[in-house]
Design a protein around this ligand. Structure first.
Ligand code: SF4
Length: 282
């Protein structure tokens, strides 16, 4: 029975609320011989500092504290360079912020900077960006008309020889970086957000989806008009089968046209943008 009690006591011991002076005051040492948990107290109290630090380190990470209040887009662009909310800044050259006019009808959200974007500091400038520009043109749009950004601001990669190979950002890194997207889109106020790929979906909608099943239609979004899911242009680039690549490219262009039609039909400006996951229809 005493073993059971000791196990229970150790399990509920909260190192963050340990005040050794108060403990000694309320439990004078002379009474400790009657307490089955007494032999545990010294050890638990001794470890409380390091256990408390561990608890603090496990707190969810977020970029929110790096975002200046009332910032404009240029201020956000500068501020993101100082973000240390996750470890991705350590190896990247720089953070890559979005580009495009505030008030753009469509905001495209991609994944994270690639090798070219990391070096140049601009979104979608590599091969996937070139394909994206081509698809935009085929959908009757051009880059200066739209806003283009990413779910994660620093390049995640692993080195293989002289090459830096892209690695998908973890859920924790996407969540940490999400406040930048939220702050940015609050200023752009797009009529429709186009999520290109799973990482963008995760950041904007807050859950994974069956992308190929849910792509291509605009779902309501209380604060931003609508959200449309489609593939990432990098996915098209990686397709080995040329025939399939061509047909997937056509679908990608159709998805962009759907977003364009939706944005053009929105007469009233959207409400101030807020990522509201609960209000995003499946
Ligand atoms: S990836 Fe995002 S959250 Fe992580 S350090 Fe860079 S800007 Fe901050």
């Amino acid at each position: 029975m005493e073993d059971l009690w000791r196990a229970y006591y150790a399990a509920i011991f909260n190192p963050a609320r340990t005040n050794v002076d108060l403990l000694l005051q309320h439990m004078p040492a002379r009474r400790w011989s009657n307490l089955p948990e007494a032999q545990l107290i010294q050890e638990l109290a001794f470890e409380s500092g390091s256990r408390e630090r561990g608890m603090i380190q496990k707190k969810p990470i977020s970029a929110a504290e790096f975002i200046p209040e009332g910032a404009t887009l240029p201020v956000l662009r500068e501020a993101v360079q100082a973000c240390r909310a996750c470890e991705l800044w350590e190896c990247a050259t720089q953070a890559v912020f979005g580009e495009g006019p505030a008030g753009a009808g469509i905001a495209f959200v991609g994944e994270q900077p690639g090798d070219n974007e990391d070096r140049e500091g601009r979104p979608f400038v590599g091969p996937a960006g070139q394909l994206f520009d081509m698809a935009l043109a085929d959908a009757g749009l051009s880059r200066p008309e739209v806003y283009v950004t990413g779910a994660v601001r620093h390049f995640r990669f692993e080195e293989r020889g002289k090459r830096r190979i892209h690695k998908t950002a973890s859920r924790a890194q996407v969540a940490a970086c999400q406040p930048w997207l939220e702050a940015e889109l609050a200023l752009v106020r797009p009529k429709v957000i186009v999520c290109m790929g799973n990482t963008a979906v995760l950041s904007v909608i807050g859950r994974g989806v069956r992308l190929m099943e849910e792509r291509g239609t605009v779902n309501p979004h209380r604060s931003a008009g609508g959200v449309l899911i489609t593939v990432h242009p990098g996915f098209l680039l990686r397709m080995p089968d040329e025939k399939r690549k061509a047909s997937e490219y056509e679908r990608f262009v159709e998805d962009i046209k759907t977003a364009r039609t939706f944005a053009e039909a929105q007469r009233t400006p959207p409400l101030p943008y807020r990522l509201d996951r609960a209000s995003t229809a499946k």
